[in-house]
Unconditional design. Structure first.
Length: 234
């Protein structure tokens, strides 16, 4: 098989004092089994040149994936029914399909993440029970920034920047509602918002931020997100 199975609790992280994240080239990794938990910290993850097209990390029913301070290059993450995942300060870039996708998952949380330059959507969530995006950047993807469709669940997007995607910034299917807080939508090719779903807190032409709002700012020289405050909205 070209897949690497993980069926028990497993942790991989960089060693003490490591300045740059270690690089791991992997076949497709499948995390499976009730209660199985895979945690990856401060790693650069890439698919093997011989790996079949598809997600680099696939999480199946009952399993949980946690990525902290990781970078996935060239492939993304897939959540299967009944699974869950949490991504923190993690970058997914140039995936051959969606950066992160999930169907009928229990819980998907992305905190201060970047999904950039993927050949599909940045995020495609179908019939998920709970979805939370906080302080994330979804930019330059070939299709839409976010698609939420299927059966309605709890979905919240706050403090995110969604820009320069090839279709819509956000597409919400007619059955879905997204709780929308202080996000920035700009320069998405087919429009910032599409679909018949409801973005609670968004209105056409409205600014997502107000003077005095707290925000996070990416500072390239420090390679870090730093807290900030909106001084003026024009």
């Amino acid at each position: 098989s070209d897949l690497l199975p993980i069926s028990s609790e497993f942790l991989i992280e960089d060693g003490p004092g490591s300045l740059l994240p270690p690089s791991l080239r992997l076949p497709g990794v499948v995390v499976a089994g009730d209660g199985t938990r895979l945690t990856l910290r401060h790693l650069l993850l890439e698919p093997l040149a011989s790996a079949a097209p598809g997600p680099l990390l696939e999480v199946r029913a009952g399993a949980h994936l946690e990525l902290v301070d990781c970078r996935l290059q060239g492939a993304g993450v897939k959540l299967c029914p009944g699974s869950s995942a949490r991504l923190v300060r993690t970058r997914v870039g140039d995936a051959q399909g969606a950066g992160v996708e999930g169907t009928e998952f229990k819980d998907l949380t992305l905190e201060t993440c970047q999904i950039i330059g993927c050949a599909g959507e940045a995020l495609h969530a179908t019939s998920g029970q709970r979805l939370l995006l906080s302080d994330c950047t979804l930019a330059g993807n070939a299709l839409s920034g976010i698609i939420v469709d299927g059966r309605p669940g709890e979905a919240t997007v706050k403090g995110c920047s969604i820009s320069r995607n090839g279709q819509f910034g956000v597409w919400a299917d007619s059955s879905t509602q997204i709780s929308w807080h202080q996000n920035c939508l700009a320069g998405n090719s087919l429009g910032d918002v599409g679909g018949r779903g409801r973005l609670a807190g968004w209105a056409p032409g409205s600014s997502s931020f107000q003077a005095g709002d707290e925000c996070m700012v990416w500072v390239e020289k420090k390679s870090a997100w730093l807290p900030g405050r909106v001084s003026k909205v024009s």
